[in-house]
Design a protein around this ligand. Structure first.
Ligand code: COA
Length: 327
């Protein structure tokens, strides 16, 4: 069975906040943010919601795939910032789209959320569960940022990306297409380097006056983890797909930091031209970064039939993952 991406879509909030805008709100500068991370702007939700952006991205992906919402058998959304605890984001998207035949659930794996969701859908489709699946990465990170912590809040943005997957019997005479190999990993023992606690328990038996928690991060530890782990997981996934790293046309990486992407390219001995970026415009959007960038390169004609593409994510958990696709 081949499982292929047949449509992509994305959506970001209207409000575009530059580094200079932030420097008027806190003690930071365009120079510091740009040289440390490559980020120049981010889009932040004002009226937009995680659900609204996810629905917009999904509608575009369905349109490109040329299928109706009713043909979807599965919706998996990677998110750490849904609008509600209940119902889940995927069910809200299902309702808005009218995807009444889909099973819909969320998956929490932070910045690896899209990769983990993609793999879940791939496994479902390869098992014969259904023909079409919708995979989403959607975040409103601005609501869990500590806006008094300049070392984290300048890095992140809001948005959503989506992909429609289709399962098709493989042609034995042709090369395999679609998702060729995926490798995922987790290391909970190091998880506290990037955290955001949930709301404190308050009930008739427990009184808790702890303030709401926001994202806190040991940036240098996350940096070291990323530059060491991402090249390794990419090499493993490419090998699993039966390819060599030099054969890969595009590396669509999680958009956390330009320096991390450069370090990965260097360790893989690949030119930066193979590593498209959009973090200059959007910053880090956690689970949404990879599908938004995939949609950007898809719409800019950078992918052709047969292109060999790596998608890779990493982040809180700690979690990481890479998938290799032949388009
Ligand atoms: N503007 C200006 N100065 C800032 C700043 C900001 N927005 N944020 C932090 N600083 C200051 C610090 O206070 C520190 O000052 P000090 O030396 O006087 O104490 C100085 O800049 C250096 O801080 P440091 O944290 O050592 O910087 P760094 O070189 O490690 O860069 C990150 C910080 C966050 C950019 C970098 O560690 C990083 O990108 N890590 C990976 C994070 C990531 O990708 N997370 C998401 C994973 S999904």
């Amino acid at each position: 069975m081949n499982v292929k991406i047949v449509g992509t879509g994305s959506a970001v909030p209207k409000l575009r906040v530059t580094n200079d805008d932030l420097s008027r709100l806190m003690d930071t500068s365009d120079e510091w943010i740009k040289t440390r991370t490559g980020i120049e702007n981010r889009h932040l939700a004002v009226e937009e919601t995680t659900t609204g952006m996810a629905v917009e991205a999904a509608e575009k992906a369905l349109r490109q795939a040329g299928i109706t919402a009713e043909e979807l058998g599965l919706i998996v959304a990677g998110t750490a910032t849904p609008d509600r605890f209940l119902p889940n984001l995927s069910c809200e998207v299902q309702s808005a789209l009218g995807a009444k035949n889909a099973v819909a659930f969320d998956l929490s794996a932070a910045c690896s959320g899209f990769l983990f969701s993609l793999n879940t859908a791939d496994v479902y489709l390869k098992s014969g569960f259904c023909k079409y699946a919708l995979v989403i990465g959607a975040e409103t990170l601005s609501k869990i940022m500590d806006w008094s912590d300049r070392s984290t809040c300048v890095l992140f943005g809001d948005g959503a990306g989506a992909a429609v997957l289709c399962a098709k019997e493989a042609d034995a005479a042709a090369q395999p297409e679609g998702i060729l190999g995926t490798v995922l990993g987790s290391d909970g023992a190091r998880g506290m380097v990037l955290r955001c606690d949930n709301r404190p328990v308050n009930n008739p038996y427990v009184k808790n006056d702890t303030a709401l928690s926001y994202v806190s991060m040991n940036g240098q530890e996350v940096y070291k983890f990323a530059v060491k782990t991402v090249p390794r997981v990419i090499e493993e996934a490419v090998k699993k797909a039966g390819l060599a790293v030099d054969e890969i046309d595009l590396f669509v990486l999680h958009q956390a930091n330009y320096r991390i992407i450069e370090a990965v390219a260097k360790r893989l001995h690949q030119p930066m031209e193979k590593f498209p970026t959009n973090l200059q415009e959007y910053g880090n959007i956690s689970a949404a970064s990879v599908p938004i960038l995939l949609d950007n390169v898809n719409n800019h004609g950078m992918i052709k039939k047969g292109s060999k593409i790596v998608l890779a994510g990493f982040g809180a958990g700690l979690t990481w993952g890479a998938a290799v696709l032949r388009w």
